[in-house]
Design a binder for this molecule. Structure first.
Ligand code: KMH
Ligand code: ZN
Length: 270
């Protein structure tokens, strides 16, 4: 089985310090956290930038500062979000792609997102895909609902994305697909053989879905964006603590951990 790629989703757009006191917010805090996650065994960091007040921003300059600070510390793969926050415009969301990161997320459909709606129209999915192809960015296809896999396949058919794709199943968002083992199994079965996948279980579904991915040959995303707890009623001390647990479990199960360069080879990054 392929080595395990662990993505650390450090900050997200929605989580606050009130919910998780150790949430990294500034570029320096995010870079320090990225290094800790790299040292723990993560090979990708999924990044959401925050402004000086701690609010989500898609400003390319802030992303650049984070990218540069991380690169000074380690060779972990930098994967900015193009999902941003639900209130960002598509144009704002796309800004970090101008930095030509190795990867960036590409959400492949619209869904409810708690009390909000996460909008991804066909027009903008196509624009995002086209831009990523032009700049040479490997997209990570964010799938919150079953139909989003078909949208990704349609983008491939239209020549706007190149296979094999790498998919992230984001399961357990209130208002979208639940994070049950059955849901993950069903989603995985819809992918062509040569595509790779990772899973981000939200809240309490993070750990069971991660364990399933370790067994099934998928990959794992953990971190405060998806889940701020280590267990029931106990906040995680850090993003790295969540990564360390996945490394321990994977090793116990005989699944080796990919370094960033091994992850680059698995994902076909340049
Ligand atoms: N914050 C969500 C609305 C992504 O990073 O690409 C979207 C999101 C997906 O987090
Ligand atoms: Zn995100």
């Amino acid at each position: 089985m392929e080595k395990l790629i662990i993505t650390a989703a450090l900050t997200g757009a929605e989580v606050t310090r009130a919910q998780q006191p150790n949430l990294p917010l500034t570029p320096e805090e995010i870079a320090v956290d990225a290094l800790a996650c790299y040292e723990a065994g993560a090979s990708i960091v999924h990044i959401h930038a925050r402004d000086t007040e701690g609010n989500p921003t898609q400003d390319a300059q802030v992303y650049k500062e984070i990218k540069d600070k991380i690169a000074e510390k380690c060779n972990i793969i930098f994967q900015p979000s193009t999902g941003g926050a639900v209130w960002h415009t598509p144009e704002q969301r796309l800004q970090p792609v101008d930095l030509a990161p190795e990867m960036a997320t590409l959400s492949c459909g619209t869904c409810n997102f708690g009390a909000d709606v996460f909008m991804n129209s066909e027009e903008y999915m196509e624009k995002f895909a086209k831009k990523m192809m032009e700049v040479g960015v490997k997209p990570e296809i964010e799938v919150f609902e079953r139909g989003m896999i078909e949208n990704a396949k349609t983008l491939v058919k239209k020549g706007l994305l190149k296979t094999p794709l790498h998919v992230d199943f984001v399961l357990g968002v209130p208002g979208a697909c639940p994070g049950t083992p059955e849901d993950l199994m069903y989603m995985v079965r819809q992918l062509p053989e040569d595509w790779t996948w990772t899973v981000a279980g939200i809240g309490r579904s993070e750990l069971p879905l991660a364990v399933m991915a370790i067994i099934l040959g998928g990959h794992v995303r953990v971190g405060f964006e998806d889940n701020v707890y280590y267990g029931k009623g106990r906040l995680a001390k850090s993003n790295a603590e969540l990564v360390e647990r996945i490394v321990r479990i994977a090793k116990e199960m005989g699944r080796e951990i990919a370094t960033p360069d091994e992850a680059r080879a698995i994902l076909g990054l340049k």
